[in-house]
Unconditional design. Sequence first.
Length: 113
Amino acid sequence: MYAVFLSGGKQYRAIKNQIVRLEKLNYSLGETVEFNSILMVANKEHVSFGNPFIKGAKITANIENHGRCKKIKVIKFNRRKHYKKQQGHRQYFTDVKIININNILEENKKNGT
């Protein structure tokens, strides 16, 4: 089973017990986070799409790590003008471990309601 969710303006695919690298989240290490912006949930037999989100579905995750990505260099250069400007950038990230993917629609189908 996997799900696609929205965090920090980007979409991520989550599988149970997988570590996903997200944009920086303001939580402490070891805290539990819930993501309610679930766009899609799929398993072997069934796929659920939201419009835009699936109501009642959520992903539970633990904060594993905070850090910064590898440095990228930004260069501005004008030829023949003796102009060159360099700048570096390191983006902050948060690693989360997916604990559970909860889909209300599939639970209702199992219970027959």
